[in-house]
Design a protein around this ligand. Structure first.
Ligand SMILES: C[S@@+](CC[C@H](N)C(=O)[O-])C[C@H]1O[C@@H](n2cnc3c(N)ncnc32)[C@H](O)[C@@H]1O
Length: 184
């Protein structure tokens, strides 16, 4: 069902950048970097049909907040159907590049985690660096930027904007993915 939805949207929208959602192995690898015992403000860039979102809403505390920023209209509708009833979740049809205004409109001044699945390689260099700068700005001092990408092109730009970058590789995903944890 979800793979079909990806294929249909992949054909129409190059930003979808995948023909199937991330695997449960990748979701677990990235989400184990989140401390789910604390109330968190979490922002997700490019949730797609919500495979990470599903895990986040199941694990996060009742007083946490999750802001989903998705650029594809069809996926936004799906996300609203799946998570619209959860008052901790806000689904925003917009681009991650506008994260500062989106977070402010959501009534939050900073985030504890930003989790990103958007294809950074599709962004112009200037736009990419601007988004990394904005992401750093909205994160709390001990906040984490968690990124997954299908080749290792984000290590260098992440190191330029963040003080510490930890990298892992998840082979059990189609395609295999690099996962990064970046902190200030
Ligand atoms: C590779 S898919 C990942 C989807 C999902 N997170 C997963 O892991 O299966 C990339 C997603 O990012 C969205 N996207 C791409 N560029 C975006 C941007 N600049 N802002 C917000 N969403 C974007 C696409 O529409 C798509 O849903």
């Amino acid at each position: 069902m979800s793979t079909l939805s990806y294929i249909k949207n992949f054909i129409k929208d190059r930003d979808v950048a995948a023909i199937t959602p991330s695997s449960s192995f990748l979701v677990k690898r990235v989400c184990r970097w989140v401390d789910f015992t604390a109330p968190n403000v979490i922002v997700e860039y490019g949730p797609g049909t919500g495979v990470f979102t599903e895990h986040l809403v199941a694990e996060m505390t009742r007083d946490s907040k999750l802001v989903l920023i998705e650029g594809n209209q069809a996926f936004v509708e799906k996300l609203r159907q799946r998570f619209g009833h959860d008052e901790r979740v806000e689904v925003v049809h917009d681009r991650a590049e506008n994260v500062e205004a989106i977070l402010e409109a959501a009534g939050e001044s900073a985030a504890d985690y930003v989790i990103s699945g958007i294809p950074f390689s599709f962004l112009d260099d200037a736009v990419k660096h601007e988004l990394l700068q904005r992401t750093r700005r909205i994160l709390n001092d001990d906040g984490k930027f968690l990124v997954y990408q299908n080749y290792n092109h984000m290590e260098k730009p992440l190191r330029r904007h963040f003080g510490h970058v930890h990298k892992e590789y998840e082979i059990l995903n189609l395609p295999p993915m690099f996962a990064y944890q970046a902190t200030k």
